[in-house]
Design a protein around this ligand. Structure first.
Ligand code: HEM
Length: 408
């Protein structure tokens, strides 16, 4: 599907063939890339206009600069979002999770049904819910004197927010995480597990949809079962798939961004102390964390032979939309490889570009702002636990999956 078509289960990265040259054989599951991709990107930019790899599908291009990525995102005729999944050893049809797996004209019609629910004022209404969740979790870690900033904190915040938005029992959060793990992490190597998880999510959503039709609330599911598209109610199968996308798109992404920011602040005492002394910097710092540690790469399929930046592409090729690489393009950003928490202009593309630009950006920002502010208030001094390993995810969404810390 949309985001992590080729993630492999954490820990399986070492099973893939080693990469000799990322310019001709890039692989975002290679341990060097997983742990520290930034020097690799810098090296590639000096050597070629675009990387390439035949490890996935019939070949996947790797754009290396901001303008190429934004240009490709803007050309939805040549670069399609339909069936854009990539997989080791062959193209895979990842199914249909609208609006991300759609092209114009269908895309905008479907996207429009979601937009009112993700407008800034509507999202602001979830503030107290997210804040209560963050307070409880940060206070618990502070009182224990140690914890895992990814496992005990960051990963729970988007799950709690989505549960509130869908109007479902937060106790079902564990089910969500298990389904997402089966879809995103186990799925690429075991399609049956992924299909089973998708069936279970859809059944779960179908049951809640029936309940909301009977008694509507102010949640997203009630909104979708009562809204119209072209004068008609949305068909159930469409709503179910849109809801699966909400889980897939809204959880690992935000978990990754909050976690990366907390990791950065654990290993950069100067930035952490400055942010505490000057809390008014939080908005610019947050945008800078989003830019510097942008988590999401998404693929496109080339529909007709074309050329980008001197690179000849064939119909059927795929292109990885490397938003994180574009966010560190030195032609676009001064001191691109540094984290500058008071950076002025910051037109990053962590949330994508063009018609598929992230619909959940207001929600992601709300969660991130509250998560960072609350953590720093409860745990102003902390560091990586001595001897502990920080681990990062593999595949199309990059973020820390374990950040063991001690409260100093
Ligand atoms: C820091 C967190 C997040 C990041 C970095 C992020 C990033 C992105 C990116 C790069 C895209 C563009 C995909 C493409 O071009 O094909 C996208 C699309 C999308 N995102 Fe997010 N996202 C985040 C959080 C969320 C949240 C919280 C939600 C909802 C609960 C969400 C829902 C969506 C949806 C529905 C789309 C598809 C929009 C369309 O196709 O029109 N995202 N996101």
């Amino acid at each position: 599907m949309a985001y992590t078509d080729d993630s492999v289960a954490d820990g399986a990265a070492s099973a893939i063939p080693p990469v000799d040259d990322f310019a001709t054989d890039w692989d975002f599951n290679d341990p060097a890339w997983v742990n520290d991709p930034f020097p690799i990107w810098e090296d590639l930019r000096d050597r070629c206009p675009m990387g390439h790899s035949e490890r996935f599908n019939e070949g996947v291009w790797l754009p290396l600069n901001y303008d190429d990525i934004v240009g490709i995102a803007g050309d939805t005729v040549t670069f399609s979002n339909v069936h854009h999944g990539i997989r080791r050893g062959g193209t895979v049809d990842r199914g249909y999770f609208p609006p991300i797996n759609t092209d114009p004209p269908d895309h905008m019609e479907i996207r429009r049904t979601l937009l009112p629910f993700f407008a800034p004022r509507r999202i602001e209404g979830w503030r107290s819910h997210v804040a209560a969740d963050c307070e409880a979790r940060a206070a618990a870690i502070a009182s224990q004197g140690r914890g895992d900033a990814a496992v005990d904190y960051s990963q729970h915040i988007p799950v709690g927010a989505i549960a509130a938005i869908l109007g479902i029992d937060p106790a079902d959060g564990d089910k969500f995480r298990a389904w997402i793990f089966d879809i995103l992490s186990v799925g690429p190597s075991d399609g049956a597990v992924m299909q089973q998880a998708i069936i279970e999510v859809r059944e779960y959503m179908a049951k809640v949809m029936a309940e909301r039709r009977a008694v509507p609330g102010d949640d997203l599911i009630s909104h979708l079962v009562t809204t119209e598209m072209g004068g008609e109610p949305l068909p159930d199968h469409l709503i179910e798939r849109m809801l699966v996308l909400q889980l897939i798109a809204g959880i690992d992404t935000t978990w990754s961004s909050i976690g990366a920011a907390l990791w950065h602040l654990a290993v950069h005492d100067d930035d952490r102390r400055r942010l505490i002394a000057e809390p008014e910097l939080l908005p610019t710092a947050m945008e800078e964390f989003l830019r510097a540690y942008a988590p999401v790469n998404v693929a496109r399929r080339v529909t007709t032979d074309t050329e980008v930046n001197g690179v000849e592409m064939k119909a059927g090729d795929h292109v990885m939309m490397t938003f994180p690489i574009g966010c560190r393009d030195p032609e676009r950003f001064e001191r691109a490889d540094e984290v500058v928490i008071d950076r002025g202009e910051n037109r990053h593309i962590a949330f994508g570009a063009g018609i598929h630009r992230c619909i959940g950006s207001n929600l992601a920002r709300l969660e991130m702002e509250i998560a960072l502010e609350t953590w720093l208030r409860h745990i102003p001094e902390y560091s990586i636990a001595p001897g502990a390993d920080v681990t990062w995810s593999t595949g199309q969404i990059r973020g820390p999956r374990s950040i063991p810390i001690v409260v100093d």
